[in-house]
Write a protein that binds this ligand. Structure first.
Ligand code: FES
Ligand code: FES
Length: 175
């Protein structure tokens, strides 16, 4: 796993809402969203795997869509809503249904890929792409799991898609 490679440089103001909380910070012009989340906002649930857009470990939602935060300039998120794994569950200690399904189906081993997998999995169901196992595998193909928990991940997604009535393709409810 690589450390931040962001060299010192020009800092600019950034206003962004992260997990429902408005943040006004100054960030280096070249800083990635991933590094700002982890190093400035201390939201270390989002993982840095490859730092090159190849593993999906850094997946977060920006404006409700899955984004690779290692390839996203922090400043491009000006005025936008970012959700990380820390912001997925409702307040009060309950798990998000996808988190609960990952536990239920034993869909992780070392867990390093899991935050990114769950963020992509939620988007998969929200976007009605969980119609069958092949569709799920296609949607999730950017998220690598070195422990190869893929069958259990697919099962967890199918479970949530079934619970929310979205397996056949209606967009909407899973938040
Ligand atoms: S850390 Fe972003 S895709 Fe690997
Ligand atoms: S559970 Fe280990 S990398 Fe996916």
């Amino acid at each position: 796993m690589s450390q931040s490679t962001t060299p010192p440089g020009l800092d600019l103001a950034l206003t962004v809402t992260v997990n429902g909380e408005r943040q006004e910070i100054r960030v280096p012009v070249q800083a990635t969203l991933l590094d700002v989340l982890r190093e400035r906002l201390h939201l270390t649930g989002t993982k840095k795997g490859c730092d090159h857009g190849q593993c999906g470990a850094c997946t977060v939602h920006v404006g409700g869509q899955p984004h690779l935060s290692c390839l996203t300039l922090a400043l491009s998120c000006e005025g936008r809503e970012v959700t990380t794994i820390e912001g997925l569950a409702p307040a009060g200690g309950e798990l998000h249904p996808m988190q609960a399904a990952f536990i239920e189906h034993d869909a992780f081993q070392c867990g390093y890929c899991t935050p990114g997998q769950i963020m992509s999995a939620v988007a998969c169901v929200q976007q009605a792409q969980a119609g069958d196992a092949d569709a799920i595998r296609e949607f999730m193909s950017g998220n690598l799991c070195r422990c190869a928990a893929y069958p259990q991940i697919v099962a967890a997604i199918q479970d949530v898609a079934g619970q929310s009535g979205q397996g056949a393709g209606t967009a909407g409810a899973v938040q």
